[in-house]
Design a protein around this ligand. Structure first.
Ligand SMILES: Cc1cc2nc3c(=O)[nH]c(=O)nc-3n(C[C@H](O)[C@H](O)[C@H](O)COP(=O)(O)O)c2cc1C
Length: 190
């Protein structure tokens, strides 16, 4: 069921780092992204894949995690992602990329969840540092990073009871809570 897949597709930030995700799996997930809608069908997205420890480490140090969790600097060694898909925009294919990258990132994540994996879209990226670290040519805009792994955290959705309560939080037992607006709260005029 699509609802079950979307429900299971939470933003996971803690993983069993020792769980191997191989290049064939990353290619399979990226192939899903090539089937997605694209504005003007320009298909400007390009991808850099990583599942080896050295490259993963180079990527990880340029990412910021869970801005609302002020006391948590991000996943520690042992709970970091096993793989990454870096989503790039080719400036020679398209000047301004609409929302293709969001659709692609979500599709990659849904494919990962179907395989018992999970991940997180990361938009908070030290882009110039990452560009240098991986030698990504200027022609490619760094749009998003999709972090992937075997999730090692429990995430629970909560209702939003007031406008001030959209910030996710972690409780004393380490469970991550994510407030979500209900369908009645988001459909106007109902
Ligand atoms: C475009 C986009 C960028 C995001 N960037 C980050 C990020 O830089 N770091 C992070 O930890 N999470 C990031 N997230 C994950 C959101 O924080 C997450 O979707 C939100 O907290 C709701 O949780 P959920 O995905 O489990 O519903 C991003 C999500 C999206 C869609």
């Amino acid at each position: 069921m699509i609802r079950d897949l979307v429900l299971a597709n939470r933003s996971y930030r803690r993983f069993q780092q020792s769980h191997v995700i191989d290049m064939a799996t990353l290619r399979e997930l990226t192939e899903l992204a090539t089937l997605c809608p694209s504005s003007g069908n320009l298909q400007p997205l390009r991808y850099v894949l990583s599942c080896d420890a050295d490259k993963n480490a180079k990527i990880f140090r340029h990412l910021a995690w869970a801005g609302y969790l002020k006391d948590w600097p991000g996943p520690t060694q042992g709970e970091r992602p096993s793989a990454y898909v870096i989503v790039l925009g080719d400036s020679q294919a398209c000047h301004s990329i609409n929302c293709d990258h969001g659709i692609a990132a979500q599709t990659i994540l849904l494919g990962a969840v179907e395989k018992g994996l999970g991940g997180c879209i990361v938009g908070s990226i030290q882009r110039e540092g990452l560009r240098k670290a991986l030698d990504i040519p200027e022609r490619y805009q760094i749009l998003l990073v999709v972090a992937l792994g075997k999730p090692a955290e429990k995430i629970v959705l909560e209702p939003v009871t007031s406008e001030s309560e959209i910030k996710y939080y972690r409780d004393d037992s380490g469970v991550h809570h994510v407030p979500k607006r209900s369908v009645d709260q988001v459909i106007l005029g109902s």
